[in-house]
Design a protein around this ligand. Structure first.
Ligand code: TNX
Length: 526
């Protein structure tokens, strides 16, 4: 059998476009299934159904390209997900078992039409699935599509053991934007490592590739800084509403980074400054620049705190903070916040952003900041995150900066759905599920060209939420729609079609125990 597998593999690799891999032991008369009818989100670029099925069962094996970096791990990730959901083991690169009947082959190739590192192609035939990708990240996106193609129920009549029928055909896919992010504010309320991991796992299923963590704010400092220990000893002990807060040790943060990296998601750390810094100044009063007495803050107002932009100690402190975080953060980006610094004089704000940009660069990172940073003279390589002032985004684009699109009126996951919403704010808008989907990041800011847009990010501020249950109520299903806005070009997006595909996510959301908001804009079929 070993030689048969090798032969099958060689045929698969050699003849990717032909009908290969027909090393079948017994003919299975597969029922018709239609690849074009599966509820895939984000919608792939191109789907060509061939109206038969691949039977996924315990006689399936996974093989991956062995010398391409990260491909084996992608195969193992798929096997783990199959094992936990379908309750059988699929060997990866090891099987010599006589009973092997079908193969999933994950192959590195440089010949895809799209040059995106996340592009992939899936060829699904009766006896083989061939996934071609340029990089492991592309292969990882491809296996999310494959996971979504596995039906909820098995067919128990075709073979002795249950078989999950995956429709045959060809999918060619690549993302519209290179940056597809979600942000979680762990400062207003602390979220545990396990809670954050669950969110990341769901985001990965919808092909997100960036997770931005808002690690510090007036109400709490959430990351251990070894050279300034009071940040967590004092600043980590509070949160909105007066509960106990919390923080991540550097080891815990590294664990989160590694968990996200396994899912080809980068974590972008944010230290918000010079405003939103009450917790830091409370820990080290020398940093304070607003001249007022410091006390722990557990309310939800913004804009009252500031670092002292004129003090050398502040920059010595930030040098340490950025150095320590950069050392455990492989993302090329470091987010400095920079929003709502209403207690900082304008000249001080400009001086501060320019000095901090240098520190970020000194530690090998590209600076990201909320749209206000374009008031300063910043390096064209820095990134501007648009949330409320189109004018600032345009100034940034003119300066050569790339923009991350997070308009509060459309993309803020902390906005209520409607007046009845149990959690959330409404200062920017009510954002029902259809409004969250029906806008175009490419045309939202008039005068901003696609070339200037790095991608889209959906921030989830946590003034009104404090655990996974509440987080999921605001994030889902809207975050699923933002995944499609980041991946699928506008011409292929359609609310009526999306609505049906969203209903198709219910089995996954139930399986993952996601507390999604059952909006009555959608017929959930129950
Ligand atoms: C504005 S958006 C903020 C946050 C709040 C959020 C609440 C931004 C850059 N700043 O400090 O949490 O509104 O929606």
């Amino acid at each position: 059998m070993k030689s048969t597998i090798v032969k099958t593999l060689m045929v698969c690799i050699g003849l990717v476009t032909a009908l290969a891999c027909t090393d079948q032991k017994k003919e299975i008369n597969y029922p018709k299934t239609d690849l074009a009818q599966v509820a895939l989100i984000p919608k792939p670029l191109k789907v060509v159904p061939t109206n038969s099925a691949f039977g996924l069962d315990n006689k399936t094996v996974i093989f991956t390209n062995q010398n391409a970096k990260g491909f084996k791990e992608v195969g193992e990730f798929l096997a783990t997900k199959i094992a936990s959901r379908l309750k059988f083991t699929v060997p990866v690169n090891t099987s010599t078992d006589e009973s092997v009947e079908r193969i999933i082959y994950i192959n590195q190739t440089d010949t895809l039409a799209s040059d995106s590192p996340e592009a992939y192609q899936l060829y699904i035939k009766n006896d083989s699935v061939l996934l071609n990708a340029r990089t492991a990240a592309g292969a990882f996106r491809g296996i999310q599509t494959l996971r979504q193609l596995i039906p909820e129920h098995s067919n128990d009549t075709l073979a002795e053991q249950p078989m999950w029928l995956i429709p045959t055909g060809k999918i060619s896919d690549a993302p519209n934007f290179e940056y597809r992010g979600a942000m979680l504010d762990v400062a207003r309320h602390f979220f545990t490592v396990e809670e954050v991991k669950k969110y990341i796992d769901i985001l990965a299923y919808y092909k997100y590739n960036a997770f931005h963590m808002h690690l510090t704010d007036d109400q709490g400092w959430r990351i251990e800084i070894k050279s300034w220990p009071k940040l967590t000893e004092v600043g980590g002990k509070t949160e909105v509403g007066g509960e106990e807060g919390g923080f991540y040790t550097q080891d815990e943060f590294k664990d989160l980074v590694a968990y996200a990296a396994e899912r080809h998601i980068q974590i972008i750390p944010e230290v918000d400054m010079p405003g939103h810094t009450n917790a830091a100044s409370l820990s080290y009063p020398i940093l304070n620049g607003n001249g007022k007495a410091l006390k722990p803050y557990t309310g939800t107002r913004v804009g009252f705190s500031t670092f002292d932009a004129k003090k050398d100690t502040v920059y010595a402190f930030l040098d340490d903070v950025i150095r320590e975080i950069a050392a455990i953060s492989p993302s090329p980006y470091f987010h400095i916040g920079g929003d709502e610094s209403h207690a900082t004089k304008k000249n001080d704000y400009i001086l501060f952003v320019e000095k901090v940009e240098k520190l970020v660069q000194k530690h090998g990172k590209t600076m990201v900041g909320w749209n206000e940073i374009s008031q300063a003279k910043i390096d064209p390589s820095s990134v501007n995150q648009f949330w409320n002032e189109p004018h600032n985004a345009l100034v940034a684009a003119e300066n050569g900066n790339k923009i991350i699109m997070s308009p509060a009126k459309k993309a803020y996951l902390d906005m209520k759905y409607d007046t009845l919403s149990k959690h959330g704010l409404n200062w920017a808008a009510y954002i029902p599920v259809n409004d969250a989907y029906n806008w175009d990041p490419e045309t939202y800011v008039e005068g901003l060209s696609k070339e200037s847009i790095l991608g889209i990010e959906a921030p989830l501020w946590s003034e009104t939420i404090s655990n996974s249950f509440e987080l999921e109520y605001l994030a889902f299903p809207r975050a699923i729609g933002y995944a499609e806005l980041g991946w699928t070009p506008a011409a292929q997006r359609d609310w009526a079609d999306y609505k049906n595909r969203l209903v198709g996510q219910v089995p996954y959301m139930n399986y993952m125990d996601i507390n999604f908001y059952r909006t009555n804009l959608i017929d959930w079929g129950d």
